[in-house]
Design a protein around this ligand. Structure first.
Ligand code: DGY
Length: 330
């Protein structure tokens, strides 16, 4: 008797060999090792006979794509955020969706902190000055920055990553305030010395504001011109979550006019394109969506996604199922 046919899975971007090896023991793997995103048409063609998809935030999984791949049973995103996937459309077709929470919290919190420190101490600005050979010597009033230690940090979004940021802030003797859809449990507030405030109070009181809310219709342009105007003129804004949470055009204007002091950005509306206005500003530190990008974390994310996919296709409940209600529809 022939062994049962392995499910076919498509991996849309280059990942580490251990994830491909693991997938290959359970599935027939079609891996896009070119590492350029598939066009929607190419992705639809690759998925035509596939049961599983391991994808990244650069892949749009929408109703149109789903309509062209009737055999699809599971979509494993290699990210904690999954705004690239139309989850209700997947659920309607009985397709399981998974993400990679947990494994990237600390790396992402580190990067948010790095952006805050780099913006406060003007690291990229002075680095380019020194590389240009423009440094002629030490001066008392040269390149003055602002202190992170003992300042007030406002965290918008107090999930796992927000909490990891608050934990780091304790080491810098910061006062931590936060805003979240739902207030976190008192023991967490106590452990992190974090006080719940309204968004308005957070904007008005913070020296540094770090955004860590998921992108969704409700968080689209959560920070726009009106919110920027509520911040202190010396405030520094860090967006380490998703493009679209900030109205980038309004931010460029605010940075130009000195409405706030500076910004540290990992994510952008419409990335990889970004508002050209950012490029000529000195008071913004720009990095290319590297929040989770350490080798250990990206490896762990790819392996988590692979495990989720294999579990889903083996009839087990995947550890990180986003749309649990889909199981009831089977
Ligand atoms: C995530 O996990 O959502 C990250 O943005 C991916 O890098």
């Amino acid at each position: 008797m022939n062994p049962p046919k392995k499910p076919r899975v498509v991996v849309t971007r280059e990942v580490f060999d251990d994830a491909i090896d693991y997938l290959s023991t359970h599935c027939e793997v079609h891996a896009n090792q070119v590492d350029a995103p598939y066009s929607p048409e190419a992705l639809a063609a690759a998925l035509a006979n596939a049961q599983g998809l391991m994808c990244a935030l650069t892949d749009k999984v929408d109703a149109a794509l789903l309509a062209s791949c009737p055999q699809l049973q599971a979509v494993a995103n290699i990210a904690v955020g999954y705004n690239n996937i139309d989850v209700p459309a997947c659920t309607a077709r009985g397709i399981q969706v998974t993400n990679t929470p947990g494994v990237l919290d600390d790396s992402t919190a580190d990067l948010a902190f790095a952006l805050m420190l780099a913006t406060a101490r003007r690291i990229t600005e002075v680095e380019s000055y020194i590389r240009q050979g423009a440094w002629t010597g030490w001066k008392l009033k040269q390149w003055l920055g602002v202190d992170v230690h003992h300042a007030t940090l406002g965290i918008v979004g107090m999930g796992r990553i927000g909490q990891a940021i608050a934990k780091r802030a304790q080491g810098f003797d910061m006062r931590v305030i936060y805003h979240n859809r739902k207030r976190v449990a008192p023991d967490i507030e106590q452990r992190l010395s974090a006080a719940f405030v309204s968004l308005g109070d957070l904007l008005a009181q913070s020296d540094f504001i770090i955004l860590q809310v998921p992108y969704a219709p409700e968080t689209h342009h959560l920070i726009g011109a009106a919110e920027l105007a509520m911040m202190k003129p010396g405030a520094i804004l860090v967006n380490s979550t998703r493009g679209g949470v900030v109205d980038d055009k309004a931010l460029v204007e605010a940075l130009k006019k000195g409405v706030i002091r500076g910004a540290g950005l990992d994510v952008y509306e419409g990335e990889p394109k970004l508002d050209a206005g950012f490029l000529s500003l000195k008071n913004v530190v720009l990095v290319p969506h590297i929040g989770s990008s350490t080798e250990a974390t990206r490896r762990a994310m790819a392996m988590t996604a692979a495990r989720n996919l294999v579990a889903a296709l083996s009839g087990e409940r995947p550890p990180n199922l986003v749309n649990g209600e889909v199981l009831a529809l089977r």
